[in-house]
Design a protein. Structure first.
Length: 214
């Protein structure tokens, strides 16, 4: 009687292939939004059948990338300090923390309207939108952010600004590690430029080190 075939190595191999396909897809789509699944499979070093075994079509692949992005954004929100932090520092910290995620998944901004649909994009961005709106509301109450806009609309304006900057990265018109973008967001929120630069400079080491001030 033959021995049972061990399944765990096969499962590990399948997980490894799936992860490699997603990493490759993110890179290739970032270079060319119209790249085919066959080209992604080749770049990932797997056969077409393997890719389609994990992702039966382009929509399934993009949705998996969207889920990755959603989890990454939720992780950033969960890592933020409690609401007692100064609103200026909180906004700077959040922008510094979220920039790498936006930069990593900026291809989704290009593909969102065409492939994912705005409802799916809204689901992905919901935690970040709520967090920023809460920071802005607190800053308005304390008089450190301008009050010309209600928090939700204010948050939408900053989101549009950041989307524009990320799209500028796609075209090569903008380069940043998040620090300049954080300063720009503070200035847009009503913080004087010199103070915005100082606040971002104070917060940056904590964010880079992965620590959170309470």
């Amino acid at each position: 009687m033959s021995k049972p075939v061990a399944r765990e190595p096969l499962r590990r191999n399948a997980r490894s292939n799936r992860a490699r396909i997603l990493v490759t897809a993110r890179q290739e789509l970032g270079r060319n939004p119209d790249v085919t699944l066959e080209e992604i499979a080749k770049a990932a070093g797997v056969v077409r059948r393997t890719l389609f075994g994990h992702f039966p079509g382009r929509a399934a692949l993009l949705d998996a990338l969207a889920e990755e992005a959603a989890e990454a954004l939720q992780g950033v929100v969960a890592s933020q300090p409690e609401a007692v932090e100064d609103p200026e520092r909180a906004l700077a910290r959040f922008m510094l923390s979220i920039w790498p995620v936006g930069d990593r998944y900026r291809l989704l901004l290009t593909l969102a309207r065409r492939d994912l649909g705005m409802e799916r994009v809204s689901e992905i961005l919901a935690p970040a939108r709520a967090w920023i709106a809460a920071i802005l509301e607190r800053g308005q109450r304390r008089g450190v952010f301008h009050r010309q806009l209600p928090p939700a609309a204010f948050s939408a304006c900053l989101e549009a600004l950041n989307v524009s900057l990320l799209e500028s990265v796609n075209t090569g018109a903008w380069e940043d590690d998040g620090a300049r973008t954080a300063v720009i967001n503070l200035v847009a929120a009503g913080v004087p430029e010199e103070r915005a630069v100082r606040v971002v400079g104070d917060v940056t080491p904590d964010v880079r080190d992965g620590t959170t001030a309470r």
